[in-house]
Design a protein around this ligand. Structure first.
Ligand code: ZN
Length: 421
């Protein structure tokens, strides 16, 4: 390591700023409701930009709304070291998921400025658009377009999930909050990408680790199962004659849950989202779209879970006299983060004396698409309150966040190179 380990971020300032940005969209019980490209997301972005401008960073916004705050390096020809995460939340979510990673990066820049530390490569703090995928699909939207994994025009034309007929498109929503930028999306390769994120699970707290070195990811496949039955009157239609799409979907959801439970502690299967037509009293539903996914650490097990999902759909077709079309709309993993980045993060953690463990991410993160175009590395800080996340009770301790920000600071300095004065 080229830097002295006695440089540290200001833990109190980091916490204060995290709490300040958390007031934008704050819920009555202390969580945060700040959907991607909402007015609240716009205000959080504005606050981030004002902070970075105050540090003298140059701000650019690209065509999918990703924000880049660039702290110049001594050699402008070098590609930037990127550090970032996201500011959007799920409905009634927490103040830490994503935001902690952005704020740790903001604090890193402040610390460098305060100590007049110059780097050779530029350092860019990034806010990625729509990581959560709650309002617009898919998740990790901004980072996927940046990494060339999603086409820009098609993505801008996507409409709100919760109101696919009258809702805004991504492009319209970006314009409304003033973040449809003019910079080209992607087409450039960062030197590397770092992301700090909360763990969103209970493992680290259980192992008493302060830093999780994320070595790679689980594998996940995401589907929409379209269940088609027949619309009919709920009264006169005899039970035996019904082709009720909702009852069939309910059976499918139970089967999905069973698949997740059948594959040990690493098995995950979810069906968290429904669209239901016509969704009125008095009418047997004709169509239900069930979003579902399967995840596992092992590829062979994931294949088996996928097969079981196909078989469950076929069983539901037979038993409930409906049609079920299973369409895969996304996937990620298995990814292994860059060995050099893992080694560097582990070394920084050790040098700073933090207790750490290796861990895989089960959730999707912006570091996953970034890993497709440059060396990417990720660290987790513990989620307290039993590891709960995507919930208002989501919590991380100030000292845990500061530890993570310190690891990030030293790893970024090692990669960006310190200019000796
Ligand atoms: Zn997140």
């Amino acid at each position: 390591m080229t830097t002295s380990t006695n440089i540290a971020v200001d833990a109190d300032r980091l916490w204060r700023d995290l709490m300040e940005i958390g007031r934008i969209g704050e819920t009555a019980r202390g969580g945060c409701h700040r959907l991607a490209l909402s007015a609240e997301d716009g205000r959080a972005r504005d606050l981030f930009c004002s902070w970075m401008r105050a540090q003298g960073c140059a701000i650019t916004v690209d065509g999918i709304g990703n924000i880049f705050a660039r702290r110049a390096g001594s050699d402008p020809a070098l590609p930037p070291v990127m550090v970032g995460s996201h500011l959007d939340t799920v409905p009634m979510g927490g103040k830490f998921d994503g935001i902690a990673g952005v704020l740790a990066a903001v604090e890193l820049v402040r610390t460098l400025d305060e100590r007049h530390i110059a780097t050779r490569a530029p350092v860019e703090i990034v806010v990625w658009t729509n990581e959560e995928g709650s309002r617009f699909s898919p998740f990790t939207m901004g980072s996927q377009v940046f990494a060339g994994q999603l086409p820009l025009d098609e993505t801008l034309a996507r409409r709100e999930l919760l109101d696919p007929e009258r809702g805004l498109t991504v492009g319209e929503a970006l314009e409304r909050i003033g973040y449809r930028g003019t910079a080209p999306v992607g087409g450039r390769t960062p030197a590397c990408y770092f992301e700090l994120h909360i763990e969103q699970g209970p493992e680290m707290a259980r192992d008493d680790a302060e830093i999780g070195i994320v070595t790679g990811s689980f594998q996940a496949r995401y589907f929409v199962a379209t269940v088609r039955g027949e619309q009919a009157h709920v009264g006169p239609t005899p039970m035996a004659d019904r082709r009720d799409a909702m009852v069939a979907a309910a059976r499918l959801i139970l089967e999905v849950d069973k698949i997740g439970r059948a594959h040990g502690p690493d098995g995950r299967a979810n069906a968290p989202h429904l669209e239901l037509y016509p969704n009125v009293r008095g009418v047997i539903p004709s169509v239900v779209n069930v979003s579902c996914d399967v995840r596992h650490r092992e590829r062979t097990v994931l294949e088996r879970m996928h097969e079981e999902l196909v078989m469950a759909a076929q069983m539901v077709e037979r038993v409930h006299k409906v049609e079920v079309a299973l369409e895969q709309y996304s996937a990620f993993g298995p990814i292994a983060f860059d060995p050099g980045m893992i080694a560097l993060l582990r070394e920084s953690t050790r040098a700073l004396g933090y207790r750490h463990c290796d861990i895989l991410t089960v959730a999707g993160h912006d570091a996953v698409p970034l890993g497709g175009i440059c060396p990417a590395g990720m660290i987790f800080v513990p989620s307290r309150a039993g590891g709960i996340s995507h919930n208002e009770r989501e919590w991380s301790e100030p000292h845990d966040l500061a530890a993570g920000a310190n690891v990030l600071l030293h790893a970024v300095l090692a990669r960006a190179g310190v200019v000796e004065s």
